[in-house]
Design a protein around this ligand. Sequence first.
Ligand SMILES: [Zn+2]
Length: 130
Amino acid sequence: MSTVNDKRWGELNAQLLVAMKAGDFAAMGSLYGELARIMRKERKDARHLIEESMRCSLQLMKAAGIVWARVLTSRDELVCPSCKALEGVEFKVADSIERPPIPMLCTANIPKVGNPWCRCTIVARRELLI
Ligand SMILES: [Zn+2]
């Protein structure tokens, strides 16, 4: 039986294909994020989609000339020890696209919220945002 999520999943993948053909990393990142949300709602591991979304963010940073980025955790009780150790750690954007530190190094497993990832993210080095 087809569900609402199945229909939406198909629509998002069609949009993703268009974005990929256009090299539109902003749209791709957003679509991967939405696909991940569907999987998390279904209590499934969405880490691979979150990785793709992070790669898109890093590609956008690289295209914008941002050389350094850092890890920003959600700073709550759900942050795993691996991500906590990465808080504020800076890394080169271009060197991290293949293996984004978040969520690649995340060791969280939070089944009660349907999330195998502790919601950390990657941001441009602070002084570049001022
Ligand atoms: Zn983590």
